[in-house]
Design a binder for this molecule. Structure first.
Ligand SMILES: C[S@@+](CC[C@H](N)C(=O)[O-])C[C@H]1O[C@@H](n2cnc3c(N)ncnc32)[C@H](O)[C@@H]1O
Length: 423
C-alpha cells in the first residue's frame, strides 16, 4: 500500500482528523465505520485518530468557548478547523505558531474554508492567549441537548455533570479472564473480578493474548452473564450475541451455548473470538423476532440499544444517534423481551441488559414487561457474589450502573441489567 507521508508540518494527520470530524458531524457516521486515515503511516494515523477523538470528546465545551469569538456559526468545515486548533492549543498545549500555521494552511486548500483563513488565524491566536482560563471554567459538556434532557430528567443535574466528566476522562481497558480465579500479574483487579489496565495498553502484545486467556470487556458489561450464577452443563440461549463478550463468559463457565445474531459480519468476529479462546458455542445467524426453537432454561438478551452508556469509549456516539432512533430501539427491545419470554421454559430465567443510560431502555422495559406478562417476575440479585455496590440495585430489582460510578477507580460503562423468571 502506498503511504501518504506526512510532509513534516503535520498537515496530513490534521487533514485526516478533519475528514473524520466532517463525516461524524455532517454525515452522522460512526468513527469505527470510517477509514479516513487509512492511507497514512501508523504514527500519523494514530495522531489523526487521537486528534479526532479528542475533539469529539470535548465538542460541547469547545463550541461554547468558540461562540465567544464568533458573531455567527461559520461553515461546518471552518468550525471543524477551529475545533481542532482549539484542542491542540488548550488540551495538548501545542506550540501556537505551528497550530495556527497548519490551520490556516489547511483552510487555504479548500473552497469552503479559503475565505475564512483570516478569521481562523485571528480566533486561534486569541484562544491561545485567553482560552486556557475560560476552558477550565466551562467544565465538561459531552451530551447533546436531546440526550442531556433525557439523562438529566432521569438522574438529576449533579449526576449528569459527573457523567459528563467521566465521558471526558475516557475509559481504561478492562479484561475478563477465561479462568476468573487465574493469577494475572498486570493492572488492578476490580471488586467484580475484571482486570483494569491503563488506556494505552497494547492488549494484543500481552502474555496470554494468543492463547486466549482473556478478552477485552468493560467491567460493567462483564456482569450480566454472571447474574445466572452457576451455568456448567446448562443450555443457554444467547440472543443478540455478537461479538460475543458474554458468550465467551458463559462458554468459559461451562454452559452449552446457542449464540444468535442478525449480523453475519459480527458473528464472524464471535467465531474468531471463540477460536482464539479455545471455547465453543453453536452459532446461528437469525432474527430474534423469528427464532422459534424452544423451550430454554436460560436466555440472555443483550438487546440492541442507544449504547449511550459507552460514550466514554465512543465520543462520536452523541452526534450519530438521535432521539427518534432511540424510540425505535425501545420498541424493538419490548418485542425482543416478549419473544424471549415465549422461548423460556416454565421456571426458566431471563437476563435482560442494555448498555444505555436511559431508563426507557432499562428500568422501564422491565416494569412494563412484568405488567404485560403476569407469569414473569424479577429475581433478587446477589450483589456480594457479583462484587458490586448494593446501592446500585434499582427500585424494580435490576442493577443500574452509570459512567461516574467508581470514578476513583476509572469509572464504568453505563449499563442496566435484570434477572427475571417465568412462573
Ligand atoms: C449490544 S450488541 C450485543 C453485544 C454482545 N452480546 C456481546 O456481549 O458482545 C447487540 C447485537 O444485537 C444484534 N441484533 C440487532 N437486531 C437483532 C435482531 N433482530 N435479531 C438478532 N440480533 C440482532 C446486533 O447485530 C448486535 O450484534
Amino acid at each position: 500500500m502506498t503511504r501518504r507521508a506526512d510532509d513534516g508540518s503535520g498537515i496530513a494527520p490534521r487533514k485526516a482528523a478533519l475528514q473524520i470530524l466532517n463525516s461524524v458531524y455532517q454525515e452522522r457516521r460512526m468513527v469505527s465505520h470510517l477509514d479516513a486515515a487509512a492511507g497514512l503511516a501508523a504514527p500519523e494515523r494514530a495522531r489523526a485518530e487521537r486528534l479526532a477523538q479528542s475533539v469529539l470528546r470535548h465538542t460541547g465545551r469547545i463550541d461554547t468557548l468558540l461562540s465567544r469569538y464568533l458573531e455567527r456559526r461559520p461553515h461546518p468545515a471552518v468550525q471543524n478547523i477551529l475545533r481542532l486548533g482549539a484542542i491542540e492549543l488548550l488540551l495538548d498545549r501545542s506550540e501556537a505558531y505551528g497550530v495556527v500555521n497548519a490551520a490556516v494552511a489547511i483552510a487555504k486548500q479548500a473552497r469552503p474554508t479559503r475565505g475564512a483563513a483570516g478569521l481562523i488565524n485571528a480566533v486561534l491566536r486569541k484562544l491561545d492567549q485567553e482560552g486556557p482560563e475560560i476552558w477550565t471554567g466551562l467544565g465538561p459538556q459531552t451530551l447533546p441537548v436531546w440526550l442531556r434532557k433525557a439523562v438529566g430528567g432521569a438522574w438529576g443535574e449533579a449526576a449528569t455533570r459527573a457523567m459528563e466528566a467521566a465521558h471526558e476522562a475516557a475509559a481504561p481497558i478492562d479484561l475478563t479472564l477465561r479462568d476468573p480465579s487465574a493469577h494475572f500479574s498486570l493492572g488492578d483487579r476490580l471488586p467484580t473480578g475484571s482486570i483494569r489496565l491503563p488506556r494505552q495498553t497494547q492488549v494484543s502484545g500481552l502474555d496470554g493474548y494468543d492463547s486466549g486467556a482473556f478478552w477485552v470487556q468493560d467491567a460493567a458489561a462483564a456482569l450480566p452473564a454472571r447474574l445466572f450464577g452457576a451455568v456448567a452443563d446448562q443450555s443457554v440461549l444467547d440472543l443478540c450475541a455478537a461479538p460475543g463478550g458474554k458468550t465467551l463468559q458463559l462458554a468459559a463457565a461451562g454452559a452449552k451455548i446457542t449464540a444468535l445474531d442478525l449480523s453475519p459480519i459480527r458473528l464472524r468476529r464471535l467465531a474468531e473470538n471463540l477460536k482464539r479462546t479455545g471455547l465453543s458455542a453453536q452459532l446461528v445467524t437469525g432474527d430474534v423476532l423469528e427464532f422459534a426453537e424452544a423451550p430454554w432454561p436460560m436466555i440472555l438478551l443483550d438487546a440492541p440499544c442507544s449504547a449511550t452508556g459507552t460514550i466514554r469509549r465512543h465520543p462520536d456516539l452523541p452526534f450519530v444517534k438521535s432521539a427518534r432512533e432511540v424510540e425505535a430501539l425501545t420498541k424493538l427491545q419490548m418485542q425482543m423481551i416478549d419473544r424471549a419470554v415465549a422461548l423460556l421454559e416454565t421456571g426458566g430465567r431471563l437476563v435482560y441488559c442494555t448498555c444505555s443510560l436511559l431508563p426507557n431502555e432499562g428500568e422501564n422495559q422491565i416494569k412494563a414487561a412484568v405488567k404485560r406478562h403476569p407469569n414473569l417476575h424479577v429475581l433478587p440479585i446477589d450483589t456480594t457474589a457479583l462484587g458490586v455496590d448494593p446501592a446500585w440495585i434499582s427500585a424494580e430489582g435490576g442493577i443500574r450502573i452509570l459512567p461516574h460510578y467508581w470514578a476513583d477507580k476509572g469509572g464504568l460503562d453505563g449499563f442496566y441489567m435484570a434477572l427475571l423468571q417465568k412462573r
